[in-house]
Design a protein. Structure first.
Length: 98
């Protein structure tokens, strides 16, 4: 089942890119700007696993390992990056074919 406001609907928000983003309480997050992201605060808290689709909409954004992102990448404008937050490791895992 997909999280969201109902059994099959995804929630979507827009936020500015920053060193720390969140708490992210939606399923899809569109990031504006090009500031490097080091930490993404899970919207469900550290006690829950979470899925997130991140989409840079203004330019490419570096997702660094300086915070709670396990493997860093450069997220390219208008391309989805799928992330999974693990409560056991307190890290976001990126499904990008890396």
């Amino acid at each position: 089942m997909i999280p969201g406001n109902g059994s099959t609907r995804l929630t979507e928000t827009t936020a500015a890119s920053a060193a720390t983003v969140g708490p992210v309480k939606s399923d899809v997050l569109k990031l504006t700007g090009t500031t490097q992201v080091d930490t993404i605060i899970p919207g469900l808290g550290k006690g829950f696993n979470q899925h997130l689709v991140l989409i840079p909409v203004s330019g490419s954004i570096v997702l660094s390992t300086a915070g709670n992102i396990l493997v860093g990448i450069t997220a390219v404008i208008n391309r989805s990056v799928y992330l999974y937050y693990s409560k056991l490791t307190d890290k976001w895992y990126i499904n990008s074919g890396v």
